[in-house]
Design a protein around this ligand. Structure first.
Ligand code: SF4
Ligand code: SF4
Length: 163
């Protein structure tokens, strides 16, 4: 793959990714698959669960929320697709959770900021870094939530109790 980053003629940085939106042949929503099969959640959370942060709950109908292992998630359909996924797109775009806003960006322990290269928008066009800041802020919000939860569990010694 060619370089993921370049400078534009104004000196700004761009990333070789563009969201194809309704033209995407493999929408990130809908039928999820385990994207990181070599990693196992200590709490038994599946990689296709859609995390909903506390401040996002009020915008979403209670019937679409489920609480598991101390977190809130969108209640998936029987086929494990998102309840808001219809006709190839999100029908609740303005209230979609941070985890959706963050995709396809991902933070890795070893390499920092990553992009999921199964997203068909990778290599499909150039986007200003400025324009992906909201996605990166959403990403950070999700990680902060996980870090806080691990810190709380360490404080309460629940890890030691459970294992
Ligand atoms: S998979 Fe990638 S290109 Fe397709 S809708 Fe999702 S973010 Fe956009
Ligand atoms: S809330 Fe919208 S963006 Fe998020 S998984 Fe569901 S359909 Fe996709």
């Amino acid at each position: 793959m060619k370089s993921l980053l370049r400078r534009n003629k104004n000196g700004g940085q761009e990333i070789n990714w563009i969201c194809l939106k309704e033209n995407c042949p493999e929408n990130c929503c809908g039928y999820f698959r385990d994207r990181l099969p070599d990693y196992l959640s200590i709490k038994g959370i599946k990689h296709d669960e859609i995390l909903v942060l506390i401040k996002e709950i009020s915008g979403i109908s209670k019937t679409h929320i489920v609480k598991k292992k101390g977190n809130h998630y969108l209640k998936l359909k029987k086929n494990r697709s998102c309840p808001f996924y219809a006709h190839g797109k999100c029908n609740q775009f303005n209230i979609r959770p941070s985890v959706c806003r963050a995709y396809p960006f991902y933070i890795d322990l070893f390499t920092g900021l990553n992009i999921d290269i199964t997203c068909p928008g990778v290599g499909g066009g150039w986007t200003r870094i400025e324009a992906i800041k909201p996605a990166l802020k959403s990403l950070i919000r999700c990680y902060k939530k996980h870090i806080k939860s691990i810190e709380d569990e360490l404080q309460s010694k629940s890890f030691q109790k459970d294992f």
